[in-house]
Design a binder for this molecule. Structure first.
Ligand SMILES: [Zn+2]
Length: 239
């Protein structure tokens, strides 16, 4: 799950209707769902703590992320303590999960024992591993309907370009890879597919707006540093 830093309020004043924060959020963290990483045009302003239970935080930038309809509708009014789950704009959610090639998102082996329940709670909150739903179109091609199937598709594409890269790396190919990742989303899958290729991985980190680069080793690009939580968000920096 891409690790984020959205910074202070941008193109939004706390207290305004929360829908007005969408453009500023998209500018800061890109038009990607903060949970499932899909690129979406119809992203919703997501309340980290649900607005019904936390009225005082309904119009606070610090309580916002961007979410696709799917993740948002599953999360809905679920209201765990901020200390009980990992939050992309304040914890190193990149280090918390591994993206398997079968589309499953798993808890990373290096997550400290004490934080495993929080990592699991994060997956459950938006039910990231919900079952695969696919249909065939008129021509017999597979149409991926759900988030897991779409991760499988992203994997296939990313692996194909990793093979190309391993054969003949070039600036033009790097450019094409960046463009595919930017337009399709799924940051974590592209990062996983280019495991060991720091040059490309650093490119993704720079390319996706709002990725908290301080969580990555500047040389190896491994996501092995705790989130600095430079904006001082509640319960941040757990991982
Ligand atoms: Zn989503």
């Amino acid at each position: 799950m891409r690790v984020l830093r959205k910074g202070g309020a941008y193109l939004y004043a706390d207290g305004s209707p929360y829908g007005q924060a969408r453009a500023g959020l998209a500018a800061r963290i890109g038009r990607y769902c903060s949970y499932c990483e899909r690129r979406e045009n119809l992203l919703e302003v997501e309340h980290i703590q649900p607005k019904d239970a936390h009225l005082a935080k309904e119009r606070l930038w610090s309580n916002f992320l961007l979410s696709c309809k799917n993740c948002n509708s599953i999360k809905r009014t679920k209201d765990p303590q901020l200390t009980d789950w990992l939050i992309p704009d304040r914890d190193n959610t990149m280090a918390a999960f591994v993206y398997r090639q079968d589309g499953i998102v798993d808890i990373a082996p290096m997550v400290p024992l004490a934080l495993i329940p929080a990592a699991k709670a994060t997956l459950d909150l938006v039910d990231l591993n919900k079952e695969v739903r696919e249909v065939l179109d008129d021509a017999g091609n597979l149409v991926a309907l759900d988030r897991r199937s779409q991760r499988l598709e992203a994997w296939l594409l990313a692996k194909r370009f990793r093979l190309h890269w391993d054969k003949v790396p070039s600036p033009a190919l790097q450019d094409a890879i960046m463009e595919l990742a930017r337009t399709g989303g799924f940051f974590s899958i592209w990062m996983s597919a280019f495991d060991g290729v720091a040059q490309i991985r650093q490119g993704f980190i720079q390319l996706f707006p709002g990725t908290e680069s301080a969580c990555f080793d500047p040389v190896s690009s491994a996501a092995n540093r705790p989130h600095p939580n430079a904006d001082g968000l509640d319960a941040g920096g757990k991982l």
